[in-house]
Design a protein. Structure first.
Lengths: 426, 289
């Protein structure tokens, strides 16, 4: 049964600041309305691509979004920054209204666009549970029934009668999420709130979300950049790009589609990049990171398998037997922390003659968490600048997430560059 | 929710179109606990970490009355019709404060709460309502103090007393609330996009007090002001409230049913206009605030 239906949702925003210029537009709009004519500014407006400079003062943050949600379904909404996800959630949660179109719902919608909305620093944890719960739409009776459960879920028993301003930010988030997790609306709208708290609490939060969606059969709309969370929670997903729905379908295909748009953009620019050295007889035209299941990824967990796949565009012939290829991982200080060079590894690229791609497989990437940029150097015969074929810095960057190398349940610290297997003995 | 809901039976629709007055009383009732909690929050948090605590509610009107008495009655020699000047001023200030707090509190509803309003939906009108109610509690405390001094002066043998219209007091309080709330909602709606009015409110309220006969009786204004100004003072609905307040409690000044009726009408109309504008604004103010 359909519980929520969105038809032709569009949202227009005006760019720039509100000033004296705005009032002439407002008057113009009002004048059209008085004469019963259509709003003149609805005809203008461009698609919302943040990086390009536009002609119009108006942009469409959302354009003709249509979807239906079945009762008990967990729908993921994914998209890059600025794709319109949050605007859509704002409309769903009635914070703002759409410019055109309408959303019909058969149930009460509660939204969690932020944890701890309306927390008052001077009030105690317990008082804030009531206040926050009421803001989210619970009645006092409902909160009272769940008070103990909320407190124990948050793990803040000791501080519950202390003003929230004395809390650490982590505790505040725990308490806020605990309140939110005990909401019981017909439709729950959640935005990125899982990206808070420490790893242990995130696990607890995702577990709770799973309970809500699967165990209790609640309808949930879930927006996140955390693809693992989206995959584990959602059954279906829609992908937004520049305010339009570009994909709608089961969650695995949607995540794959989302990752491919990310990659596509990165790689189309790679071949056109001018900041490279060498004679360009060969050019690196595409780089992909893969996990052990051969899915394209943008992130890898420290200590996990990583495969880098490079596509080479050939322009002139080279002596493939004499090719030097080095792949460097640079940390944020631009220090090379890990380097793979084929000659010292005893590998020859002679077979590349008949192929246009090669791979580097790393069974265990023992780098600490952080973002590493990749530098690629391809030369012929030796590594003097005269023989450079293609040298390019920051080809792509890979995000390494904290791992649990020792299997102890504790995340590895991130203040070192590498983390390597070893044992203490006494 | 019954399982067999027909396909076309929607609970509500989110769209850009809306009716002129779209007040969902059922929804407001459902959020009544939130209203109570907001009131509690406003009361409890204002004087947290202060030593005198709620005593501050009392100190402000007392000191203002003392100053008014010194300046207007001792220095300015304004006659208060046989009523102790201090008590006369305290009555005016107590009433005026309630109106002023409602007005200034609600007039910034949208701008001060944009972080909450931007994240979660609840009937927005809960916010100004909570301000009006929490101010009513403050007003109650201040009225209590006034009654304390009233009794003190009565024992001193001063000659004043209630007027027979005292039964209208609750109506006057409601009128003050409606006027402050209505005006505040209008201003808060109009300042979401253009902030010009916020500047005006700051000193406007101060000036308004002087043309609302707070520190002087209407009879003095009639006698000493130029006739055009006296007319403004006399027919200003706020004057009607302040003067009426003093008539009822201190039996000084003049009461007219005509003044009472038109003030009542104005306050109800202001409130309704405020509600309509507020309702229209709340749909999408977050885009322009």
């Amino acid at each position: 049964m359909i519980i929520l239906k969105a038809s032709n949702i569009s949202k227009q925003y005006r760019l720039g600041t509100v000033g004296t210029g705005t009032i002439s537009h407002d008057l113009n709009r009002w004048w059209h309305k008085v004469r019963g004519k259509e709003d003149p500014f609805l005809k203008v407006g461009e698609s919302n691509d943040r990086s390009t400079k536009g002609e119009s003062e108006y942009v469409w943050a959302l354009q003709d979004i249509n979807f239906e949600v079945q009762r008990g379904e967990v729908l993921g909404i994914i998209g890059k920054n600025g794709a319109g996800k949050s605007t859509l959630l704002k409309i769903l949660s009635r914070v703002t209204s759409p410019t055109t179109g309408e959303i019909k719902t058969k149930g009460r919608i509660a939204s969690l666009l932020e944890v701890g909305t309306g927390f008052h620093p001077e009030l105690t944890g317990r008082e804030n549970i009531y206040l926050n719960g009421a803001i989210l739409g619970m009645t006092k009776k409902e909160i009272k029934a769940k008070e103990e459960e909320i407190i124990s879920f948050s793990g803040c028993e000791r501080y519950i009668d202390t003003p929230v301003k004395r809390y650490s930010s982590g505790m505040r988030v725990r308490l806020a999420f605990a309140v939110a997790a005990h909401l019981e609306p017909d439709v729950l709208v959640i935005d990125e709130v899982l990206a808070v708290g420490d790893a242990e609490f995130q696990k607890k939060a995702i577990g709770k979300m799973q309970d809500i969606s699967q165990g209790e059969g609640r309808t949930v709309l879930f927006v996140s950049h955390n693809m693992a969370a989206v995959k584990s929670l959602c059954t279906r997903a829609i992908v937004l790009e520049h305010g339009e729905t570009v994909f709608e379908g089961n969650v695995d295909s949607a995540v794959r589609y989302y990752l491919s748009i990310d990659n596509l953009e990165n790689n189309t620019s790679l071949i056109n990049r001018k900041d490279r050295l060498g004679n360009q007889k060969l050019k690196v035209s595409k780089i992909d990171f893969h996990n052990c299941e051969n899915d394209i990824v943008m992130e890898v967990i420290s200590g996990d398998y990583l495969k880098i796949k490079l596509l080479i565009s050939k322009f002139e012939d080279v002596v493939y037997e004499k090719l030097f290829v080095s792949i460097d991982f640079l940390n944020k200080d631009l220090v090379s922390v890990l380097k793979y060079v084929n000659d010292e590894m005893g590998f020859s690229f002679s077979d590349l003659k008949n192929k246009d791609s090669f791979e580097l497989e790393i069974p265990n990437l023992y780098l600490s968490a952080g973002i590493y940029s990749i530098r690629i150097v391809i030369t012929e015969i030796d590594t003097t600048p005269d023989n450079f074929i293609d040298v390019i810095d920051n080809v792509a960057s890979i995000k390494v997430l904290p791992g649990d190398l020792w299997g102890s349940g504790k995340l590895n610290r991130t203040d070192s560059i590498v983390i390597f297997p070893g044992d203490f003995n006494v | 929710m019954p399982l067999m809901t027909p396909q076309d039976q929607w609970l509500y629709t989110i769209s850009s179109k809306h009716k002129l007055i779209d007040l969902n009383f059922k929804e407001i009732w459902r959020y009544r606990d939130l209203l109570i909690l907001f009131v509690k929050r406003d009361i409890v948090t204002v004087y947290k970490q202060t030593i005198l605590g709620p005593l501050w509610y009392v100190i402000q009107p007392l000191f203002t009355s003392v100053i008014f008495t010194l300046i207007f009655n001792n220095l300015g020699n304004i006659q208060t019709g046989g009523v102790p000047p201090f008590l006369f001023n305290l009555a005016g200030i107590t009433a005026w404060n309630y109106f002023k707090e409602c007005l200034t509190g609600t007039s910034s509803t949208f701008t001060t709460n944009q972080s909450i309003f931007g994240k979660v939906y609840f009937p927005r009108v809960i916010m100004p309502m909570s301000i009006t109610i929490s101010n009513l509690l403050k007003f109650g405390i201040q009225l209590g103090i006034f009654i304390g001094f009233y009794i003190y002066y009565a024992f001193q043998g001063q000659t004043f007393g209630f007027n027979s219209h005292i039964f209208l007091l609750p109506v006057y309080i409601v009128m003050m609330a409606l006027m402050g709330l209505g005006l505040g909602m209008i201003i808060s709606s109009m300042t979401t996009k253009y902030r010009d009015l916020t500047v005006l409110v700051g000193f406007g309220v101060q000036l308004l007090m002087y043309v609302s006969a707070v520190p002087y009786p209407v009879s003095e204004a009639k006698a000493k002001f130029p006739s055009s100004v006296a007319l403004i003072v006399e027919y200003n609905p706020l004057t009607q409230i302040i003067e009426g307040f003093r008539v009822m409690l201190l039996n000084t000044g003049a009461f007219s049913w005509f003044g009472f009726i038109y003030t009542l009408i104005i306050s109800v109309v202001l409130f309704l206009i405020g509600l309509v504008i507020f309702n229209k604004t709340e749909k999408s103010f977050i885009d322009t605030v």
